[in-house]
Design a protein around this ligand. Structure first.
Ligand code: ADP
Ligand code: MG
Length: 367
């Protein structure tokens, strides 16, 4: 039987409105919870309309969590004297829970349109390779900005790597914590997501790129395999030569790009369908705050890229036309997804869905 699946990857803008400038301080305000819920509800309304058109197709949501993790870190900073800090794997797990709850508003929007399907969070762990080169050269900025002096003090105290971020409007250097952004390699909860989809549930998965974990390889001491996880937790079993080690994972301080994790999710689900002999056609929609990828972005000769073949996208990506950390991973995700059997990828704003499908807005890659 032929089935169609659409994966919706929601960017920061779809779950949190852009921060308003505080007229008294001139600083950008952090959107509060009510503002985030309202923005997510608006997005859910649009998604429900899309789902209404083909109510029996499969759907999945994934989402970023940059601003929400930033808020958790800030909260932890202020409560430093009385409460422990939170490592990034735990921050990601926290945001998957809270944001999955917020995004489950889609269930309400669907019910209003007469569709009885549930959007349900799966707390998802994503495996990274501990030898990924990004661990040696972290590139992803997170949390608040500091002046150089304060940043270097924190580097000494917390062991966080701090790097120059940008100049502020008064010409002062702003520094931030940088963390590794390794490539996603495997999704531990893939069978749960796969089973949920096939019962009509709309999974919310790999939130924030997933909780980063790495495989723990045992040390063999006195005939025993010893698996050492975080917080000094260890697992031991008798070592039998030639026997495979157990798959045990532990959290790592890193942030996985949500678009790359989404592409991996799509690829793995396509593979599973193929192994079962199912005919699954899968499309990926990367929703963000720009109507597609541009050439010469923000320059006088900026040009919309309405359609790219896989070959064209690969060539532009290899020429480093798109910046790391924003449009770059979206194009890379599109390439990975199409190479893994995906049908088409769209990069666009959620409210331009119809125009994008008809080729008047956004960027279509492949197809
Ligand atoms: P998201 O939260 O949706 O993942 P990102 O900030 O990671 O958002 O990526 C979207 C941003 O990519 C846009 O806001 C835009 O400023 C930036 N961008 C960088 N290069 C390009 C480009 N060539 N074309 C379009 N947008 C670009
Ligand atoms: Mg992004």
């Amino acid at each position: 039987m032929k089935k169609r699946m659409k994966i919706f990857a929601l960017g920061g803008n779809e779950v949190s409105p852009p921060g308003q400038v505080d007229l008294q301080t001139g600083k950008v305000k952090i959107p509060d919870l009510g503002e985030q819920w309202k923005r997510t509800s608006e997005t859910s309304e649009i998604l429900a309309e899309i789902i209404k058109e083909n109510p029996d197709d499969y759907y999945i949501l994934t989402h970023g969590n940059g601003p929400q993790v930033g808020n958790i870190i800030l909260r932890a900073e202020y409560s430093r004297p009385i409460l422990h800090m939170l490592p990034l794997d735990v921050c990601d797990a926290d945001t998957q829970g809270a944001m999955g709850y917020m995004l489950a508003q889609l269930t309400n929007s669907l019910r209003i349109t007469g569709i009885n399907r549930i959007a349900a969070e799966t707390v998802t762990r994503v495996v990274v390779d501990e030898y990924d080169p990004n661990f040696l050269n972290p590139t992803k900025f997170i949390g608040p900005s500091y002046n150089k002096h304060e940043a270097l003090l924190r580097q000494k105290k917390d062991g966080h790597i701090m790097k120059f971020y940008k100049m502020d409007e008064n010409g002062n250097e702003l520094w931030r914590w940088v963390v590794p952004s390794p490539e996603p390699k495997d999704i531990l909860e893939i069978d749960i997501i796969d089973n949920n989809i096939r019962t009509g549930i709309i999974p919310i998965a790999v939130g924030g790129g997933g909780i980063p974990v790495k495989k723990v390889f045992p040390e063999i001491i006195n005939g025993e395999e010893i698996y050492e996880c975080n917080y000094g937790i260890t697992y031991k079993r008798k070592h039998v030569p030639g026997q495979n080690s157990v798959d045990i994972y532990t959290g790592v301080e890193a942030v996985i790009d949500k678009d790359l994790a989404t592409a991996l999710l799509g690829k793995m689900l396509i593979e599973k369908a193929r192994d079962r002999g199912d005919d699954l056609e899968c499309e990926l929609f990367i929703f963000t705050d720009v109507d597609g990828a541009k050439l010469n972005y923000q320059q006088a000769d900026q040009k919309d890229l309405r359609h790219l073949t896989l070959e064209e996208a690969t060539k532009l990506y290899d020429e480093n036309v798109f910046p790391e950390g924003s449009m770059g991973p979206k194009i890379k995700a599109a390439i990975n997804f199409l190479n893994g059997g995906g049908k088409k990828v769209f990069i666009t704003k959620v409210n331009l869905y119809k125009e994008t499908i008809s080729g008047k807005a956004g960027t279509k890659i492949g197809g």
